[in-house]
Write a protein that binds this ligand. Sequence first.
Ligand code: FPP
Length: 255
Amino acid sequence: MKFKNLRIFGGRAKPAEPDFSRLPQHIAIIMDGNGRWATARALPRTAGHRAGSENFRRIATLCNDIGIRYLTVYAFSTENWSRPKEEVDTIMSLFREYLTEACSELTKKNITLKIIGNTEPLSPDIRELIRETERLSLGNTGLHVNVCLNYGGRAEIVRAAQLLAERVKRGELEPEQIDVACFESCLYTAGIPDPDLIIRPSGELRSSNFLLWQSAYAEFYTTPVLWPDFGREDLFRAISDYQSRSRRFGGLEKR
Ligand code: FPP
């Protein structure tokens, strides 16, 4: 395997190397700690988001290289609009930059991009870039990158309930036909497998409205490392930790 004998350097202890033959299929990341990273360097918070956005590119490339199938990142929540305008504008500019670059880069890297969330309140140029990037990257067979943008787990569930209620009202569906699969088909993530591993850098122990439905049986991992500093060693440590766990999905350990 390409990464089997990879040597890892750095200040922190060398993590146990993950088993590349049984990687999690889907990793989700709450990219937290950008503000603290910047404050610790006497920089504006916006500099932290820029560093976080650069790190997102590095981690996505690494996930693609090692063979992860799905990477979902929490980039902007339905609640993040309450932040100062300058901060929101900077994050939007970072999306704009990323999407512009992604239009030409993703096909070279064989990556598919999907935006998850309500894109309606976004500016028309960003919405157009999203449409174009999603269209151009469709059919690539490497990593699927899902960027949660103006996303909230509760809003997603409410939206699914409304879509189903409309179908019932139109007479297309009976209430008793609504089961887990039917509900899932109305989520933004329809067709995407649930995350196996959810990583939250910066040491927080909250889900913050991220993938509420999809995280039912995800394994959570946190580290004090702030997102802009979260590197290859940290990802490998998270994957190794995940591989040491026993996933029972409510059942009993397989013997
Ligand atoms: C949380 O850290 C981070 C955000 C709300 C924004 C994340 C956005 C990016 C990484 C940039 C754009 C992404 C892409 C995909 C191009 P925080 O600001 O809440 O950190 P703090 O808790 O230390 O204040």
